[in-house]
Ligand binder design. Sequence first.
Ligand code: NCD
Ligand code: ZN
Length: 324
Amino acid sequence: MIILDTPIDMHLHLREGKMLKDVLPYTANQFAAAVVMPNLVPPVDNRERLESYKNEILQNCENFTPLMNIFMREYSEDELLDLADEIFAIKLYPAGITTNSEAGVKSIEKIYPVLEIMQELNIPLSVHGETNGFVLDREREFAAVYEKLARDFPNLKIIMEHISTYNLVELVDKYDNLYATITLHHLLLTLDDLIGSNLNPHNFCKPVVKTPKDRDALQKIVRSGHKKVMFGSDSAPHSIKNKLKGAAGVFSAPVILPALAEFFEGDNEAFQKFISSNAIDNFNLQIPKKEEILIEEEYIAPMMVGEVKPMFAGKRFSYRVKNS
Ligand code: NCD
Ligand code: ZN
């Protein structure tokens, strides 16, 4: 049996409407809280949209804390003062780099005034760190941007989301103010799981899963319990229809805790740090305590959730989350 204290998913996509109703229980029944991403159409980038989205989430769950992110744009100081208490972080998407990011940032210099204010107000910056270069080089190339941001804003907490390369693993220790989230799929999969045999669109996401060397570096830092490394699923549901049109995003919510229980092989201390304590310590999160118990019983991942096919659909795990 594994008891997890207050598990938190630091990077989650819930969508809206029926899709939200279908997917939210998988997170709300297994986590105490999650950081909810704002890349809706239109994006969550003002108070009204933020409040209505948060209400929609709260109406569809119990005993679960959504930590809201807003979409980066050129906010004024007054807007940020008004929003500061309502949000966890502001998410920077380079324009066009991933799903629903067309309204993203075209030039980082333009948002420097926003970053100054965020630094003063102690609002973390969350970043989708990819350039528009060759697909396997995008994250590595973005490292220079992370380094510049880390140097220019030494008191701004910067979260490198869903890191997928050994290059960014190395950056975590280079700057005090750089933090990282790691997903389940980048921790367990490589390009072979996407294109090594039959193309598997359900393992396709941005950033794309990478090489064994990259995956091994991610596994090593997660197993070490590194305090700046946190779990963020980037669970990103798309209907099967849209997946077959090429949509990027892996829907991992139904399998996260059983898969991580197997990954940690009994190292419950490292598991607890990755799934909760590191995030709580790094960002001083105040989340109502919630225990999740994993028991050693078979769990078979669902084949479908609404119109979405989950990661590892149909796979058998040796742990299940009690009461979910
Ligand atoms: C995410 C989505 O579908 O919203 N897709 C993905 O491949 N990860 C967006 C994102 O986080 O990049
Ligand atoms: Zn995401």
